[in-house]
Design a protein around this ligand. Structure first.
Ligand code: CLR
Length: 457
């Protein structure tokens, strides 16, 4: 883990808490492609999406630990830890990062990693990244697709991410789960990560099938993640569980089965439904039946070992526009578990600073050593983000508009001159060798620091 003391602890000034209601903007946008909507800068946080992507790296030490393990299953455990930990900084972060400008870049070099990100396409918005540290490589691209449903916004981070351990000739890939922002019209905004994540190891054939549960009114499931590690013949090897906001643990299948048998009450949907069938032993039996009938080959909804019997009837219980609370009394702690990942606590001042983590606080800092070698397209040099960070909201808005117009003009003149389309400088389009999906490949040149600067700011 980083010695974070070296870096900035807070932003220059606390955030401005606006009274502005997001619905007043979005009600005119139903059905529109959200990436094309200009949102008032008061909804922004002073980071670009490229910087937000670099937040995946906060727990990069897990990749180092993974690369040091002898056994492929243990490596998989730490890769799972890394994949889930990468989402933790999203908790309560409801500010909108700035859309990166075409050609914008962001670099970050720390003890455990260095990463380079580039905005490789504007419409549709695609951000590519490549991180490494000798023993591992982590790369991918993200094309966030926002769907606006009225009461909620659904964000699908399209694109595949890959971890490679070159010395071991091993690669893992997965796709990030959906993110859902609730209470757009009324109530307090809140966010959850939902869906299935399948992490595949191409060398061993191991797979991790994880389910990020929908709170859907059942507060017990809020932020919960659980699933299994399977070998190549779909045999369950380990049970993995936790919350993407807090921790990930791992235990063996026997301990898990025993725990389900002995703790049926914890696994039942609590006292809400009072049907005669809901006696603990009945629930326990049902849970085991369900467990035994799990079809692990195909990855469908019923594949996840639900810790609640029914989410549907539970949803009646929650006030429509409230935020589900995590039940602190409810904790699964299965014997023989090991903790793979544990979240760093948020800094005390976090709520005055866009709910930033300590790591996020440092991302827009221009460190002294960067002064004379920084790439001229680096997000840290964006004047609109800098102004928002300094609390100058009007100034930020002016700069944001200017930059967006400048980008539009550059686009137009490229089109009229019939010069070639924009080509990204550090990535080129290719095919992911493992999944065969479209992907962006790093050309390896960024850190040579020979920058020809397109003037984008
Ligand atoms: C979630 C984790 C994914 C990558 C990813 C892509 C887009 C991000 C999303 C993450 C988090 C939430 C996000 C979103 C873009 C806009 C949205 C930052 C990082 C914010 C909360 C939008 C708020 C405004 C709406 C209410 C209109 O792997």
């Amino acid at each position: 883990m980083e010695v974070e003391n070296e870096y900035r602890h807070v932003l220059p000034v606390p955030m401005y808490h606006s009274e502005y209601n997001i619905w007043s903007v979005l009600k005119n946008c139903i059905g529109k492609e959200l990436s094309k909507i200009t949102m008032p800068v008061v909804f922004n946080e002073p980071l670009s999406f490229l910087q937000r992507m670099a937040e995946y790296m906060e727990y990069a030490h897990l990749l180092r630990i993974a690369s040091q393990q002898e056994d492929p299953m243990t490596r998989m455990q730490y890769v799972i830890g890394f994949a889930v930990s990468a989402l933790a900084s999203n908790w309560e972060r409801l500010g909108k990062p700035f859309n990166p400008l075409l050609g914008e870049t962001y670099e970050l070099e720390r003890k455990e990693f260095k990463i380079i990100c580039e905005q490789v396409s504007h419409h549709p918005p695609v951000s590519a990244f490549h991180a490494e540290n000798g023993d591992w490589v982590f790369h991918g691209s993200i094309h966030p697709k926002l769907k606006f449903w009225g009461k909620s916004v659904e964000i699908q981070p399209k694109g595949v991410v890959t971890v490679e351990f070159p010395k071991l000739n091993e690669a893992y890939t997965w796709t990030n789960v959906q993110c859902c922002v609730h209470n757009i019209i009324v109530g307090k905004l809140w966010m959850e990560q939902v869906g299935n994540m399948e992490i595949t190891s191409f060398a061993s054939g191991h797979k991790a099938q994880l389910t990020f549960k929908q709170a859907g009114g059942n507060s017990k499931d809020l932020h919960r993640v659980e699933g299994f590690i399977l070998d190549k013949s779909k045999h369950k090897l380990k049970f993995v569980y936790g919350k993407w906001t807090e921790f990930i643990k791992c235990t063996d299948i026997n301990s898990y089965e025993e725990y389900v048998r002995d703790n049926s009450t914890k696994f039942s949907s609590n006292s809400r439904s009072k049907s005669p069938n809901d006696s603990p032993s009945h629930t326990s039996r049902k849970m085991l039946q369900k467990f035994n009938s799990l079809k692990v080959g195909s990855f469908n909804k019923s594949n996840s070992m639900s810790t609640s019997e029914s989410v549907d009837d539970a949803s009646l219980d929650l006030g429509e526009n409230s935020v589900p609370k995590s039940e602190s009394t409810y904790s699964i702690d299965i014997p023989n578990s090991i903790t793979i990942w544990q979240v760093n606590p948020r800094p005390a001042q976090s709520s005055d600073y866009y709910q930033f983590t300590q790591f996020a606080m440092s991302l827009n800092e221009i460190e002294p050593k960067m002064q004379d070698c920084m790439c001229p397209t680096d997000s840290r040099l964006r004047p609109d983000i800098r102004k928002l960070e300094q609390g100058d909201i009007d100034g930020a808005a002016v700069e944001k508009t200017r930059l967006e117009e400048k980008q539009r003009d550059a686009n137009k003149s490229r089109k009229s001159k019939k010069t070639a389309e924009w080509t990204p400088r550090w990535f080129h389009q290719g095919t992911n060798p493992y999944t065969k999906q479209d992907d962006w490949e790093y050309n390896g040149d960024y850190w040579k620091r020979q920058y020809t600067d397109p003037d984008i700011f």
